[in-house]
Structures are given as C-alpha cells and as structure tokens.
Design a binder for this molecule. Structure first.
Ligand code: AMP
Length: 469
C-alpha cells in the first residue's frame, strides 16, 4: 500500500478515536415521569374502569355521541376561547413551537377543541341539540398537590344548538347522575348565573367600583385580577378576598330580563328534578367564555371540606366567536382523578372484572398444542378460562386452579389429545368425567348454567357489574 494512503488511514483512525473519547457520558434515564404526572397502574384500573363504564353509559343514555379531538391544538384556539386574562392562559398552559414553527399547546380543557371540531366538520347540520361526549388527558402547569396534577383526565359533556334552560337542567342532572352512579352520595350542586355580555358589562362596572374601594384588602393576585378579570376575585380562595367577595354586589341581582327568566326557569327545573342545589353568588368559573348558567358539583360531608369534582356552564357566544354560526351551547367537565379520590374516600366500589370459573390444564407436548386451540375455542364462545400453559406439571397447574377458586378444571393429557376428548373435573366434589372435544362448549355452558357464564361480550351488563343504579 502506498505510504501516502497508509498515513491517511492512520490519521483518520486517530481522529475518530479522539472524537469517540469526546463523547460525553450519557445521562441516566430518570425512572419517573415529569412532576405532576403519574402512571395508572393495573391495581388502580378497576376505579378507572368504573368511571369509564358509568360515564360512557350515561353519555349513551342521555343521547351523547363520542368525539375525540387531538391533545394538541393551535395556541390561539385556547387564548381566544378561554381568555387572555385567565390563570389557565397566563400561567398554566403547556405551549410550545413545533419544529415547523407552529405555535401549539397541550389542551388545558376540552370544550375549545370540541367547538373547533363542531365548526370545522359542520356538525351543526345534525339534529339539535348536538350532544357530544369526550374523555382524555388535559394539561395544566400548576403547583401539584393531592388531587391537583399537571396531567389529569376529564370526562366532558357538551350540547350545542339549544338555549332553553331545560337543557341546562338536564346537563346538571347528567353531572349529578355520574357522581351518584359512582357511589358518591354527599353531593351538592352549586349554581349561579353570570348573565350575558350585555348585562354582565353593567354588573362588571359595579363590581369593579366595589372592589376598587376594597383594593387594599385584596391579595396581590386579586389586585392584578381587578384589572384583567375582576369576576375572578369572587372565587379567590384567600380568606381576606373571600370576605371582600361575600359583601360584593351579586350578578343574579343585575341580570337582564332574558337572563333572569332563564335562571328562574332553570331553578324551577332543578326543583322539579329534586336536585340538591344551592345558589352560589361567588361562583364565576375561571374561563371567559361562560354566559348565563355556571355550575359546579361539590362533594364532601356537611360542614367538612368540600371538593369540586367538576363544573361547567353555558357558552352561548363561543362558537360564533371562533368563526361558526351563532350557536347557544352548554357543557361541563368532571375530573377523573378527583372522582376516584372521592370514591376511595367514601369507599365506593370499583369495577370488579369477571373472574374465570374454569381452568384449562394440559400435560405433554401434543396436549399443550391442542390446549392453545381449545382455549381460543372457549374464548370465542364467550367462556372465560384461566390457564398456566408455561407449567409442565399437572400438580402445579391444579394448585393454580385451586388458588383461583375455579369451579371446573379441564384436563388434557396425551391420551385425551389423541382421542379428541377432555376430562372435566369438578373442583368441589373431585368427580371427573370425560367428554368429546366437539361437545365441550355445550357441556361446559350447561354445567355453569348458561346464563351465569361469564363472557367477554357482556357490554357491561353482567351481574358482576357493580354500578349503582
Ligand atoms: P375546571 O374546569 O378547572 O373547574 O376543571 C373541571 C374539573 O377538573 C375540576 O372540578 C376538577 O375535578 C378537575 N381538575 C381541574 N384541575 C385539575 C388538576 N390540576 N388536577 C386534577 N384535576 C383537576
């Protein structure tokens, strides 16, 4: 090899090894998610499953269709709808620019995305009211504490195209039913009306005048809110602000005729439904888009600490403001983690998954192969089966079957595999019988009394379902 080339190769090699040496030591992977976010482990899932079942079932019963929108939307969808002066937009939104330069954000709530989809896909052409249900994670960069996370889940119900307060009452009823069906009994509904843009303007002026006169008694945040979002001063949690809020003019005393009648009718409907509500003049909700009705669902013992499980209200101007037709609408969101915390606090039952009542045991290579198929045959027929295919010894498998408390064990050995038969062992009596594989499904169903057979295809109506009616 010419000396020149050898020199070149040597140079390249030393260059490479030098650069390799420069590679920094890799940072260890953090074995935890970012602050305020968490895993939902298998042990927690029965609570989540119960919430899924109850919320989806009520959505179906009250005529809501499911909609799923992206977790990421353009920034200005949220800025415009939720409002620039709100805590969510000012402090809590996860906003970022994509590699392509789009300004986007992780949704801090679900209504804005649902409205965007409603307009974009012409859903106003559907019969009114258009009722939509969605569920999924939302993100708020807030200080985490018990019941407050940076990633949390909401279930959201929205109805478009109806301004009659009968719909407000029905939405409140749905929220109440969700919480009640989850087994949470001490529920209180807080309602208020914050009027329409016309009467609210007058009320806002009055409120600002009052708050200005008490400015030195407000917290720093509220002094700022006085300029940006004075209504929010009313639901500040600071003691000194609550005292100022308690004596503030109330929006319900300054509603225009239309808003007053709307609110009066709503209360009559709530009375008719026998719902436990209280008018809360301090309830304003933190988002700019609300008009007329606002409400929250609280839980907690009489006189004890109260938890807000969810809330919502009317947003008659939002669809138009985002570029759609003039569309009255109302919606609410419930926080899943909060619902689950409350379920645990009051010891409400989580979902109990159906348990297999049959175990399939096998012995020998051929039997193992046949068992795999047999398992799937039983599954196709809606029969839930437990197995331990990885174990060779029959004794070990029967021990597992015993532990699971199954009623029947199906045993497949070399002989049975060749004869196309299966031994059915009654675990309580120990009695065994042999049946042909072709008749197995029928025989098993009969033994377990067909209507009691636990199936995968039960649409949540199985008698193991612990939903409260
Ligand atoms: P909001 O619209 O802010 O009232 O939120 C509706 C519901 O979502 C609340 O009543 C809570 O149940 C839940 N929620 C709001 N913020 C959080 C959070 N940071 N972590 C967990 N749940 C939350």
């Amino acid at each position: 090899m010419p000396r020149k080339i050898v020199k070149k190769i040597k140079k390249a090699v030393t260059k490479k090894s030098k650069s390799e040496m420069k590679v920094k030591e890799l940072e260890p992977v953090m074995l935890q998610p970012p602050r305020g976010m968490k895993d939902i482990l298998p042990g927690e899932q029965p609570y989540w499953e119960q919430v899924r079942r109850v919320t989806e079932r009520l959505a179906r019963d009250y005529g809501f269709s499911r909609i799923d929108t992206p977790v990421v939307e353009f920034n200005n969808l949220f800025n415009r709808s939720i409002g620039e002066g709100t805590d969510i937009i000012e402090k809590e939104m996860y906003s970022f620019a994509t590699k392509g330069g789009d300004k986007v954000a992780l949704r801090p709530e679900m209504t804005a995305g649902t409205c965007r989809a409603y307009i974009q896909h012409g859903l106003h052409l559907l019969p009114k009211p258009v009722k939509l249900f969605s569920t999924g994670p939302v993100y708020r960069y807030d200080r985490p504490q018990e019941g407050r996370y940076r990633e949390f889940y909401q279930v959201n119900y929205d109805a478009f195209g109806e301004q009659d307060p009968v719909l407000d009452a029905q939405m409140i009823q749905v929220a109440y039913r969700v919480v009640q069906n989850l087994g949470i009994k001490s529920i209180q509904i807080q309602v208020n009306s914050i009027g329409c843009p016309t009467c609210r303007k007058e009320y806002k002026d009055l409120l600002v005048n009052y708050l200005e006169s008490k400015k030195n008694k407000l917290c720093q945040d509220c002094k700022r809110r006085l300029e940006t979002n004075p209504l929010r001063v009313l639901d500040c949690k600071e003691d000194k602000c609550s005292q100022v809020a308690a004596a503030a003019p109330q929006s319900v005393d300054h509603l225009c005729d239309d808003c007053r009648n709307h609110f009066k009718n709503l209360l009559e409907y709530l009375d008719e439904l026998d719902l436990p509500y209280a008018i809360n003049p301090q309830l304003v909700r933190g988002l700019d888009y609300y008009t007329k009705t606002v409400f929250e669902i609280w839980s907690g013992e009489e006189g004890g600490r109260k938890f807000s499980l969810g809330g919502g209200g009317r947003y008659d101007g939002l669809v138009k403001m985002l570029g759609g037709e003039n569309t009255p609408a109302i919606g609410f969101g419930l926080g899943v983690e909060r619902l689950i915390l409350e379920m645990k606090r009051v010891q409400a039952k989580p979902y109990r998954a159906p348990k297999p009542r049959i175990f399939l045991a096998q012995l020998g290579d051929l039997a193992k192969k046949k068992s795999l198929k047999l398992f799937s045959e039983l599954e196709k027929n809606g029969i839930l089966v437990a197995e331990s295919f990885g174990r060779g010894s029959l004794k070990a498998q029967l021990r597992v079957a015993d532990k699971l408390g199954v009623e029947l064990t199906l045993i497949l050995g070399q002989k049975e595999a060749l004869d196309r038969t299966v031994i059915i062992k009654n675990m309580a009596s120990g009695v065994q019988e042999i049946v042909s594989v072709d008749k197995l499904v029928d025989v098993v169903k009969k033994k377990l009394k067909t209507d009691n057979v636990v199936t995968y295809h039960d649409n949540g109506n199985h008698n193991n379902h612990s939903e409260n009616k």
